[in-house]
Every structure is written in C-alpha cells, then in structure tokens.
Design a protein around this ligand. Structure first.
Ligand code: SF4
Ligand code: SF4
Length: 182
C-alpha cells in the first residue's frame, strides 16, 4: 500500500494516497507465487516486528511468510495484511521493498536497474509519472538516504532478476561501486 506521509513523502507526486486504488495486487499473491513476497535486508531481518513470520530462502535472504486469504481459498496474502480493513498491520515498519513499490531493484546481464512494475501489477503506474527527472532524482535520493545502495554493495539486500513486466526506469550499476558480480 502507498505511503501516506513519512520518510518516503518525497515520492508524493507519483505515489500519493490518491494514486492508490486499493487493488491490493501488492499484498496478495497466487499460492504458487511464494517467491515474490517481500525480501528483507540483513538489517531488516533482525527487527523484532518480523520475528517468527519470516523464512530463510535458499539464496540466504529472509522473506515474509505468506498466509491463506480468508476471503478466497485460492489466494495467498502477505502475513501482515489485515483483510478486515485491507491495511498493512505493520505499516510504519513495513520493509523497504513495500515502501518502494511500485519500484523494484532488478538485474539483467550484470547491470542493475531501478524498475517499475507495469500497470498489470500496479494500476496506477503510468510512464508519464515514472519517466521524469523529478521522479528519478527522488528515487536516487531515497536510495542513498536510506542506505539501500550501501546494502546492495555489501550484498545484504536481494536483487530481483529482470521480468518482462518490469519497466526499466534508471540504471544504477555505477552507483554501486563495489558491486562486482551478481
Ligand atoms: S498495486 Fe498499486 S494501486 Fe494496487 S494497492 Fe498496491 S499500490 Fe495501490
Ligand atoms: S508488509 Fe504490509 S505492505 Fe508489505 S506486502 Fe505485507 S501487508 Fe503489504
């Protein structure tokens, strides 16, 4: 879900609450999509709020557990989604990947990009909103001020493989100076 106000308020122009139509694509998953729940950085995985509801994957990163939707047996959801009011139970403590949505950090052929998911995944994504200098500046500033680039350098944060439903917004390979191999 989209931020109302706090640390990512700089994204307000593109991700304000009014932009979010509450489709919940970002917190619901098909049962088979267990691999697409939010990954946590090494630092995030130590937070008490996530303890007991995260699982370590083969790649060494921790991921939030999924649970079944009470409304639809065929659908899974993030453990933290409260279906009674459709709110994130840990909104203020939600991981970076959720706060950054609909943007995703992804790699392709040894290059690292900030991508946006396409409209099928977040209906409020429009190219006009994501491809402008202000958005790109805000993304870079946000990544730096939240230590995300450092975490990527130290390989303490998962990088998603490129998908055909990602739209490349900006390449950040050169911003991660010490990152030699993916
Ligand atoms: S996918 Fe996009 S529009 Fe839908 S609930 Fe999430 S942020 Fe809002
Ligand atoms: S942590 Fe919150 S915002 Fe993130 S997927 Fe779960 S319910 Fe949605």
């Amino acid at each position: 879900m989209i931020e109302k106000k706090n640390s990512i308020s700089k994204f307000k122009n593109i991700l304000s609450e009014k932009d979010c139509i509450g489709c919940f694509n970002c917190c619901y998953f098909s049962k088979e999509e267990i691999g697409v729940l939010p990954f946590l950085s090494k630092e995030e995985s130590k937070k008490k709020v996530y303890s007991k509801v995260i699982e370590k994957r083969k790649n060494g990163f921790w991921q939030i557990k999924q649970s079944l939707s009470k409304k639809n047996n065929n659908v899974a959801k993030c453990f933290f989604l409260d279906e009674r009011n459709h709110k994130c139970k840990i909104y203020k403590d939600r991981p970076f990947e959720c706060a950054f949505w609909p943007f995703v950090i992804s790699f392709e052929k040894n290059k690292i990009y900030v991508c946006s998911v396409n409209k099928d995944w977040c209906p409020k994504v429009t190219k006009k909103k994501i491809f402008n200098q202000k958005t790109i500046n805000n993304i870079l500033q946000y990544l730096e001020s939240n230590n995300i680039l450092k975490e990527l350098e130290k390989k303490e944060r998962y990088i998603w493989p490129m998908e055909d439903y990602y739209i490349k917004v900006i390449e950040i390979t050169n911003k991660i100076k010490k990152y030699n191999e993916l």
